[in-house]
Design a binder for this molecule. Structure first.
Ligand SMILES: [Zn+2]
Length: 234
């Protein structure tokens, strides 16, 4: 029995070279035997890819049948509340999230993000049927979803047009997070008390401003930037 001197794989006596790294096999105690069949396949095999369209059809059917069976179960057996909406909503969101990957891949990233937000909004709206009032939907849920959408779309645009480096992405993120937090606190305060008094979001803002200042300093000083890149390997 021989082993490759380079990569250590076990070698058969029929081999002249390692099947993995092609290092020549030289073993004086085990002469080369060309009649013996190679234990390794000589050709590269490949599993056929599943076509996106087929995958799309499968996902659509699973999502649709889950929604329909839940709806039927809700209307025919467990009728005490509209619980099936809790299942149907995520099904719609899942389906919308997967559209750009499996069904319609030419959809622009901005449009697909918009549809994601729309699907989440529809789900949250469906939940209003389970609550006494739908005020929370219009005053908290919808504004938060819309703010998040605007922020995510803006970050996507900045990544595509300005820079996609890790440091710049961190800068986008640490700017977007406090904006979202301030939004959440504003909408929440307005909903609960009718007035706005910012507290915890100001703490988030302070921390993020400090991080942003540090990031901008690093980004504008090329020596610092290169030092950070070398240390974190990107
Ligand atoms: Zn080898």
């Amino acid at each position: 029995m021989s082993y490759c001197v380079n990569c250590g794989v076990e070698l058969d006596s029929s081999l002249k070279a390692c099947p993995l790294c092609s290092t020549p096999v030289i073993n004086p105690n085990q002469p080369y035997n060309p009649d013996e069949k190679s234990p390794f396949p000589t050709q590269k095999g490949q599993v056929e890819f599943v076509r996106r369209k087929d995958l799309g059809i499968l996902i659509s059917i699973v999502v649709l049948s889950t929604s329909l069976t839940c709806m039927l179960l809700n209307f025919l057996v467990f009728q005490n509340s509209l619980w099936s909406l809790i299942v149907i909503g995520p099904c719609i969101i899942l389906w919308v999230l997967l559209i750009p990957f499996v069904i319609y891949s030419r959809l622009s990233v901005y449009m697909s993000l918009f549809f994601d937000a729309l699907a989440i909004s529809i789900y949250l709206y469906m939940l209003t049927f389970l609550t006494k009032s739908n005020r929370w939907f219009y005053q908290i849920a919808l504004p938060i979803v819309f703010t998040s959408l605007v922020l995510v779309e803006t970050i996507t645009m900045l990544i595509k047009t300005v820079s996609a480096s890790i440091l710049m992405c961190a800068l986008y993120l640490f700017t977007a997070v406090p904006i979202l937090c301030i939004g959440i606190e504003c909408f929440g305060d307005h909903f609960l008390h009718g007035s706005i008094l910012l507290t915890w979001s100001m703490i988030v803002l302070t921390v993020c401003v400090i991080i942003d200042i540090a990031l901008i300093t690093v980004l504008t000083r090329s020596r610092l930037r290169n030092a950070v890149r070398r240390r974190f390997h990107f």
